[in-house]
Design a protein around this ligand. Structure first.
Ligand code: Z5A
Length: 208
């Protein structure tokens, strides 16, 4: 039986890294064989592309190049990691996926939905996540949390308005696809966030 594909999304500093191991443990406790991965990245090629995308060597990269690099990394990720794992019955837990492209390159950079959807179908065929947890906080909280960490990457250098558009695009997508994309109020203290995450994962497992 094919595995399940779960993704975690949200703006910077929302708590994806903090919560993804918690989700992994919930799935393992339920007896699932979990592969944890991330985008951009997850393969040798993808991690090299991640460096190109997040580093400052190519500040001012064209938005077409940025979009195509996201999907180039994704094509490799699907071919080498995600699809083989799903075919082997594993559960793939991925830190960001194509919803991030709609949010950052679509909402943030201003790409129309149509070219993103074309690339999505080209690269993924019919594969879509079975469940997406959208961790949501205000841009103020997200940037404040993210700002307490290391040197900002190429995306983290963007302005407040950029992240507001990214957040709104995520929320619009979640409202349009509510059976797949579950909104978690990540502005609450961590234990309260994890109660919501646990309820969402348990409900998904029950419907399996
Ligand atoms: N990108 C794109 O543009 N298009 C695409 O298609 C894809 C990606 C796939 C990848 O970054 C970048 O690529 C990303 C979008 C772009 N933009 N940026 N930047 P990433 O996903 O690797 O990095 P990130 O979004 O910046 O994530 P992050 O830095 O790892 O943040 P996070 O994982 O969401 O947050 P965190 O590290 O778990 O938490 C941040 C801090 O808040 C930390 O100190 C925690 O202890 C604290 N925290 C977490 N939860 C709480 C609560 N509930 N209360 C209080 N404090 C908390």
């Amino acid at each position: 039986m094919s595995g399940r594909f779960i993704t975690v999304e949200g703006i910077e500093g929302v708590g994806k890294t903090t919560n993804i191991e918690f989700i992994e443990q919930l799935l393992r406790d339920a007896g699932k064989d979990v592969v944890m991965t991330r985008e951009p990245g997850g393969t040798s090629l993808g991690e090299d592309v991640r460096e190109l995308l997040l580093g400052h060597k190519h500040d001012g990269m064209s938005r077409d190049a940025e979009l195509l690099l996201m999907f180039a990394a994704r094509a490799e990720h699907l071919d080498k990691v995600i699809q083989p794992a799903l075919d082997n019955g594993k559960w793939v837990l991925c830190d960001r996926f194509t919803d991030a492209t709609y949010a950052y390159q679509g909402g943030g950079r201003g790409f129309d939905t149509a070219p993103i959807a074309t690339l999505e179908t080209l690269v993924q065929d019919s594969l879509r996540p079975d469940l997406t947890l959208l961790l949501d906080v205000s841009v103020e909280i997200g940037l404040d949390r993210a700002g307490k960490r290391s040197e900002p990457d190429r995306f983290e250098k963007e302005k407040h308005d950029f992240f507001e558009r990214v957040r709104q695009t995520y929320l619009e997508r979640a409202h349009a696809d509510a059976s797949r994309m579950k909104i978690i109020d990540a502005s609450q203290p961590l234990d309260a966030v994890q109660v919501q995450i646990k309820e969402t994962i348990m409900a998904f497992l029950q419907n399996e």
